[in-house]
Design a protein around this ligand. Structure first.
Ligand SMILES: Cc1cc2nc3c(=O)[nH]c(=O)nc-3n(C[C@H](O)[C@H](O)[C@H](O)COP(=O)(O)OP(=O)(O)OC[C@H]3O[C@@H](n4cnc5c(N)ncnc54)[C@H](O)[C@@H]3O)c2cc1C
Length: 314
């Protein structure tokens, strides 16, 4: 019997799940398709400028998550957003620091894109792009739900009807992130700005946030476009998008634009959430976790990872 557990996805839910199982003595391997860890806790460097391009900040409302965040703060890996109210936490030096610290000591295969998962002789065969197929006893999938359903479909895995229909009903908002480098200081408020109408929903200057060095890139502005705008213009390039958005944000830029980069988030946040904080199918040795189960925020994803670990035991 192969007692290894494979966790697909190196976002906060998958990494916390893997850590917890390992602390309880299980043999765990994390498979992450990207080079970086943290999933939607993502940071991108463009030239000298550094941008948090996914989650901007997070809150800690439950005791369990608050204790973890306070431990991160004591290690210097989390802190408050400069100038913002005390409950807004950020990763330090930037959001992707959280993925790095969570992965410490874990067996993690990066650039390991899972193509299919297949049930063979009461085991799981995990097919990985350009790597040997892995055989494990138990499997946890923490990718956004449409992506994890595609892996199951590719391996002809049938789920119990109620779970299958609950998962198939989940939908996500897309988001487009424009990463705008300026040659002078921006006029974006230090604490960032949430907008309720129009194509832009959030704008923040990563220099004022304290994650991007000043210098040549005097401002590094993350602009998140609204779900409706992102859905309509998802395939457009930064060259097409920026002229559409510039009139809306020009009052906050305040300095010449040096560069515009784009990141597309197909599954940025779940619109609805599964009724349980995770799914564990004991008879299949198969589980699901992530923000679509625990709640559509960083903390919800963390709680979901822990919930699945508790269901799996060791
Ligand atoms: C633009 C944006 C802004 C946001 N703002 C906030 C905010 O301000 N506050 C807040 O609390 N939350 C925010 N969120 C939401 C928050 O980032 C998520 O809720 C949380 O990070 C989700 O964690 P997760 O572990 O569930 O999923 P993810 O972080 O998505 O992790 C899943 C991982 O699975 C990997 N993966 C997928 N498919 C495969 C495969 N086939 N093989 C291997 N690996 C695979 C992915 O690469 C990813 O690393 C935001 C998200 C986005 C995108």
């Amino acid at each position: 019997m192969n007692d290894t557990i494979a966790v697909v996805g190196g976002g906060i839910s998958g990494l916390l799940l893997a850590r917890t199982l390992r602390e309880r003595g299980a043999k765990v391997v994390v498979l992450e398709k990207s080079r970086g860890l943290g999933g939607r806790l993502a940071t991108k460097r463009v030239g000298e400028a550094v941008f948090d391009q996914g989650a901007q900040y997070f809150t800690a409302k439950t005791d369990r998550f608050a204790a973890l965040v306070e431990a991160w703060r004591d290690l210097g890996t989390a802190g408050g957003w400069p100038g913002a109210s005390a409950h807004r936490w950020i990763g330090k030096p930037s959001m992707n620091a959280l993925g790095k610290i969570l992965a410490e000591g874990l067996e993690v295969k990066r650039e390991a894109k899972v193509l299919s998962v297949r049930r063979v002789e009461k085991m799981w065969e995990v097919e990985i792009e350009n790597q040997p197929t892995l055989r494990v006893g138990r499997l946890a999938l923490t990718a956004p739900v449409p992506q994890l359903l595609a892996l199951l479909k590719a391996g002809n895995v049938e789920l119990p009807t109620e779970v299958a229909s609950g998962l198939a009903a989940l939908r996500y908002h897309p988001c487009l992130a424009l990463l705008v480098t300026l040659s002078g200081s921006s006029l974006v408020p230090t604490e960032g700005l949430a907008l309720s109408d129009g194509p832009v929903r959030w704008i923040a200057d990563n220099v004022k946030k304290g994650i991007s060095p000043g210098g040549a890139a005097a401002a590094a502005v993350t602009v998140h476009l609204s779900p409706a705008f992102a859905a309509e213009h998802y395939a457009k390039t930064e060259l097409e998008l920026f002229p559409m958005i510039e009139p809306v944000i020009t009052a906050w830029l305040g300095a010449p634009v040096v560069n515009v980069a784009l990141h597309r988030w197909k599954f940025s946040e779940p619109i609805t959430v599964f009724p349980e904080p995770c799914v564990w199918l004991d008879e299949l040795g198969l589980g699901f976790a992530g923000d679509a189960f625990g709640g559509a925020r960083v903390e919800g994803a963390a709680l979901s990872g822990w919930a699945l670990a508790d269901k799996m035991g060791t």
